[in-house]
Write a protein that binds this ligand. Structure first.
Ligand SMILES: Cc1cc2nc3c(=O)[nH]c(=O)nc-3n(C[C@H](O)[C@H](O)[C@H](O)COP(=O)(O)OP(=O)(O)OC[C@H]3O[C@@H](n4cnc5c(N)ncnc54)[C@H](O)[C@@H]3O)c2cc1C
Length: 471
């Protein structure tokens, strides 16, 4: 049997127990490359369908809530969209309660967060779109704890995957190479993130690389932590101030565990917040709204700043390849890494996890084709939202169809109207949180309200009640 054959040659340091288990139990083995959010979600799903799941991660993973080298984005503000919170709870029942116990701050997306769009804040109300304000390491640690508790999941930490093993005719991936050693599996899933080597590995095996779509956004991030005080922002849990096409600077300030604010200031196309405290605060003064500046100019700073660059959103179209090896899948940022300012990555990962679960439940035949197609459907919506909005900046390189121009004009009208119209505010939050498709903001009841506000902007109306919404 192929699995045993390769397992017999396995000699990776620290993996002998995994190899022995494979030989003794003749169980189906899966290997997940990378142990970040996508790797953890994938391992959690695979554990239901495979006898043994091995997560190979180049970092030695911390026991407590700490930053780590392989996920440097963890130092920057991470929002978990309501759609992601729900999907993670479905995959790991009880996770929300654990996050709350760990110190995550529960928040209603529309009631507790301040969203500044088109010169004003969106209408506030109890929406039922519940999420958490928390640090990236906190959520990763909580999910990792759940996955590590699964009896058939093993972690190989501090091990870097160098390449794939395939059958002689290259039709099937049968394992991975780690430091010159080999580890066999029936299924290998690449979740090594944006820097994934899969395109190169496919080419080496005689397959075509996937088409790669890039949308250059030239984004720069600078982040600092501050001590949270109850009087800040009148008790609101966050201020979200997106960059405008003209100004190109924006920021978010999110509460997180440990009575802290995490403040990430962004800039596009040459704009970047300085790391030094005075420069950082001064940069915040030039954001489209004053909320972040008003808090951080008096707040107690914690630690040092860190910064990062995100040149482009990248989407790899694996679903379009006509040939793909069996026994191999790609997931998470390795498929698509979105402009992070929309906070979509972890949610997309969780939704892909649910799609994988469904695909595996349907059987193993043509798994890669079926899964990559489903993953592409998951990615389509957030990609359209992010790219469409990014194209509002004239410097963004990408096709600007008439449709995109119209949608961006329409969304600006919707945001303006949503300053006082809770129905429209809700329609936006549903889409932004990946709980409703983008076309839902074009539904006749919504479009009519947008048109009414656009045509009669000064007419005072009673604030709309949510029960009027057809959402
Ligand atoms: C600045 C920034 C801010 C973001 N903000 C948000 C946000 O607010 N909300 C949100 O939902 N998402 C956000 N994201 C995206 C989110 O972090 C990712 O979508 C999420 O982590 C899922 O990524 P992943 O697991 O696919 O890849 P990654 O998180 O990149 O993880 C890849 C893992 O693979 C490991 N690895 C890599 N190569 C190898 C190898 N050869 N062998 C073994 N291990 C390997 C790495 O060490 C790492 O652990 C942000 C991203 C960035 C960059």
């Amino acid at each position: 049997m192929r699995v045993e054959h390769h397992t017999a040659r396995l000699g990776v340091k620290g993996t002998s127990k995994v190899a022995a288990a494979c030989v003794v139990f003749h169980m189906k083995q899966a290997i997940v490359l990378g142990g970040s959010m996508a790797g953890l979600v994938t391992a959690g799903v695979l554990a239901k369908h495979y006898g043994r799941v091995t997560v190979v991660e180049q970092d030695v993973l911390p026991e407590s809530v700490e930053q780590r080298r392989g996920a440097p984005q963890g130092r920057h503000a991470h929002g978990l969209l309501a759609g992601g919170g729900r999907a993670l709870e479905e995959l790991f029942p009880g996770l929300s309660d654990e996050l709350r116990r760990d110190g995550a701050v529960p928040a209603d997306v529309a009631r507790d967060l301040r969203w500044f769009h088109e010169g004003g804040c969106l209408a506030r109300f109890r929406s039922g779109l519940d999420g958490f304000l928390l640090s990236r390491p906190l959520i990763e640690t909580a999910v990792r704890r759940r996955v590590k508790a699964l009896p058939n999941v093993r972690f190989l930490e501090g091990q870097r995957v160098d390449g794939l093993m395939a059958t002689a005719n290259r039709s099937r991936v049968v394992g991975v190479r780690i430091g010159g050693e080999e580890l066999s599996a029936d299924l290998v899933v690449d979740t090594t993130g944006r820097g994934s080597q899969t395109p190169q590995w496919l080419e080496m095996m005689g397959y075509r690389k996937p088409v790669e779509e890039r949308v250059e956004v030239a984004l720069a991030y600078t982040t600092r932590l501050f001590r949270w005080r109850p009087e800040h922002l009148n008790g609101d849990g966050a201020a979200v101030i997106p960059s405008t096409p003209e100004g190109k600077v924006g920021g978010v300030m999110l509460r997180q565990e440990g009575e802290r604010w995490i403040v990430t200031l962004i800039g596009h196309f040459g704009h970047q917040a300085p790391e030094d405290l005075a420069g950082f605060i001064e940069y915040a003064r030039h954001l489209p709204a004053p909320y972040i500046y008003e808090v951080i100019r008096h707040a107690e700073p914690i630690g040092e700043a860190c910064s990062a660059r995100f040149p482009a959103s990248v989407r790899r179209r694996y679903e379009r390849l006509d040939r793909f090896p069996e026994g191999y899948l790609v997931m998470g940022d390795a498929i698509c890494s979105f402009n992070p300012k929309y906070g979509q990555g972890m949610t997309v990962t969780a939704l892909e996890g649910k799609a994988l679960d469904e695909c595996l439940a349907e059987g193993g035949e043509r798994l890669a084709q079926r899964f990559h197609r489903r993953a592409a459907e998951v990615v389509d919506i957030p990609w359209a939202i992010a790219v469409g909005n990014d194209l509002r900046m004239k410097e963004t390189v990408g096709p600007r169809s008439l449709g995109v121009r119209f949608i961006n004009w329409y969304m600006a009208q919707l945001h303006k109207a949503a300053h006082e119209d809770a129905v429209l505010s809700m329609a936006f939050h549903q889409v932004a949180n990946l709980l409703a498709p983008p076309q839902s903001v074009m539904a006749p009841g919504i479009a009519w309200r947008v048109a009414r506000h656009a045509l009669f902007p000064r007419q005072r109306r009673e604030p709309a009640k949510l029960s009027e919404a057809s959402l």
